[in-house]
Design a protein around this ligand. Structure first.
Ligand SMILES: [Ca+2]
Ligand SMILES: [Ca+2]
Length: 389
């Protein structure tokens, strides 16, 4: 394990008042304190073996930056931490530079999560978490997390999870979560991303691709505070791809509630296609869920299922959903959607999804595609995401 100095420097004068070097282990730990501001101290730890990775995560504290070198790592116990960073001095876990890093749970004991964060102000980025016997990556009651450019694939339960009360101001950006399947539950639980059983404001998912999971693409079951979901795609969920004779996966693209909560989630500029149930569903959440400029295409049930609540739907587009374009209760507010009277359905430029499955842009943004685009500035998903986020 190589450890080195990190130091925040203000431009201009560099009066390095204190530089404290603490010897610890072969490489030594150097705490660089800049300009009398101990809050700015960082410690960079570079790891290249599984044992080093496990140790670095277990001993991380505010300001620790863990850089993981290229390769595949096989933890033998859940990568777990209860430590917190601070808003100015987070704990960072990331691939070294542009190197490809896979963290693989196939050597974990049955039922183990691959990674579990129980602290605040973590930044985790540019890593793949795969093949766990249970959940891939679980964040519990955390504040201020940034989870960026992650892949959670082929795990034995949901790929990425936010849960617990006190889940506040977390950002999940550019997540790819696919192929997750819980064999023990015959597929009934494994979602691409689960934000379930908890509360807390300011949480956002953007730029996600959630596909080919046994249960739902996104699931907000019993999360009682509004979540913002935008520029994300859910597709191909709920299919029995595992030859499970007792398969019980659901297959909603965006499942926006359930379990008795009433909450007004905000759902803008997303797309759902080829899911085995609905594209977008309240799932018994009777709150004023707001849905603007989303597209539902070729789902097996309804494009937009909001049959009991007070959802507010505007400028959404539904095409070719076998169970109907929309199923809305009289209490919903529906305007300027293509099922509303007098609203034309623009032609889709492409119904070939190949490019939507392709590589992301260098920044981690969704791939460029004409799939499901119409050129309209009025209705339906743009199928892209703004730059410079
Ligand atoms: Ca389910
Ligand atoms: Ca689910």
């Amino acid at each position: 394990m190589r450890q080195s100095t990190g130091r925040h420097r203000r431009t201009g004068t560099l009066s390095i008042a204190a530089a404290v070097a603490v010897s610890a282990g072969a490489g030594g730990v150097y705490l660089g304190l800049s300009d009398g501001d101990a809050q700015a101290a960082t410690t960079t730890v570079t790891v290249s073996t599984t044992a080093q990775l496990e140790s670095a995560v277990a001993s991380a504290s505010a300001g620790t930056v863990i850089q993981v070198r290229a390769g595949t790592y096989y933890p033998t116990a859940t990568l777990k931490s209860t430590a917190s960073g601070t808003s100015s001095n987070p704990i960072t876990l990331q691939a070294h530079g542009t190197e490809k890093v896979r963290i693989d749970g196939s050597k974990l004991p049955a039922g183990s999560w691959l990674a579990g964060i129980h602290g605040s102000y973590w930044t985790v980025q540019n890593l793949t978490f795969q093949s766990s016997p249970a959940q891939g990556f679980v964040v519990t009651s955390s504040i201020g997390g940034i989870f960026k450019n992650l892949v959670t694939a082929d795990n034995g339960d949901s790929g990425f999870t936010l849960r617990g009360d006190g889940t506040v101001n977390n950002l999940v950006q550019n997540l790819d979560s696919y192929g997750n399947y819980d064999a023990a539950g015959h597929g009934q639980n494994a979602d691409g991303i689960a934000i379930k059983f908890g509360s807390g404001t300011g949480n956002k998912v953007t730029g996600a691709r959630l596909h080919d999971n046994s249960d739902d693409g996104l699931d907000l079951w019993q999360f009682s505070s509004p979540v913002r979901i935008e520029h994300s795609w859910a597709f191909g969920n709920g299919k029995n791809r595992w030859n499970d004779a007792a398969f019980e996966g659901n297959g909603n693209g965006f499942k926006l509630g359930g379990g008795g909560v009433t909450v007004a989630h905000l759902v803008n500029d997303n797309a759902a296609w080829d899911n085995t149930l609905n594209g977008f569903t309240e799932n018994s959440n009777t709150g004023a869920i707001a849905l603007n400029r989303n597209t539902a295409y070729a789902n097996t049930e309804a494009g937009f299922y909001f049959a009991t609540g007070k959802a507010r739907l505007a400028r959404n587009l539904a095409v070719g959903n076998k169970g109907g374009l929309d199923k809305l209760s009289p209490s919903t507010v529906s305007a300027a959607n293509n099922w509303d009277s007098g609203v034309a359905t623009p032609a889709l430029k492409s119904t070939d999804a190949t490019t939507a499955y392709g590589s992301r842009q260098t920044s981690g943004a969704l791939p460029s595609t004409t799939f499901l685009t119409t050129g309209s500035t009025e209705i339906g998903s743009t199928m892209n995401q703004p730059r410079a986020r």
